[in-house]
Design a protein around this ligand. Sequence first.
Ligand code: CA
Length: 268
Amino acid sequence: MFCHSTIIRSLIHEINYSWLGRPSNTGRARVQAAFSLLGETGAVRVLVVEDEVHLADGIRKGLEAEGFAVDVAHDGTDGLWRAREHDYDAIVLDIMLPGVNGYRVCATLRAEDNWTPVLMLTAKDGDLDEAEALDTGADDYLTKPFAHVVLVARLRALVRRGRPPRPVVLEAGDLRLDPGSRRVSRGAVEVMLTARETSLLEFLLQQAGTVVSKRDILDHVWDDDFEGDPNIVEVYVRHLRNKLDRPFARESIETVRGAGYRLDPEGG
Ligand code: CA
């Protein structure tokens, strides 16, 4: 902050100076320097998490040349730490990383309600599925090798877009529900559910691993003031089992006697 105000004061001094009709070449140069310094202190701050040191260095130099302020982490653990400690405008995140991999870094940040835009770097040989990158909460991905101008353009677009919180795809093993599109799948098979069944599955997935009572389910999936037969929950759980478990010889929803239901976090 001290640095900022000093620069601004010097800038104002120079402008006043030129209003007095006495601009000098040195003065102009100093104004330009002040402007460029202001630009630098207001720079877009980017974290690059990439274990290939050469590539990380190249990205850093390239981005710095474009006026970005860049921090580099060479493994997932350090990347995650930095992302938590500092307020970045965007994160460039490699998938295959020592320590914590890129998927985990991104999913962990999202689970902690950190919505810093993430651009994932993927290898051309397909060490990952792009859809998977986006499912873990990444905002965009770029396949290696990429042109530097493309990286810069994508980063600028991400930073402009900001960080609206978005729901991440809910998963339990190979059971998936995309809260945005309301699509449900078991492995590669898309399963058609009614709106109510989808809401019930969504609630169970959000609480995966813990026992939820019929009352909780009624309060969240039906209206708060639902006065009908609570056994409606059993009926809907049976629907889910018939659609999501039975055809796949799985058992994802456990009945906990006297307590409620528990969705297996592994998907059954
Ligand atoms: Ca890597």
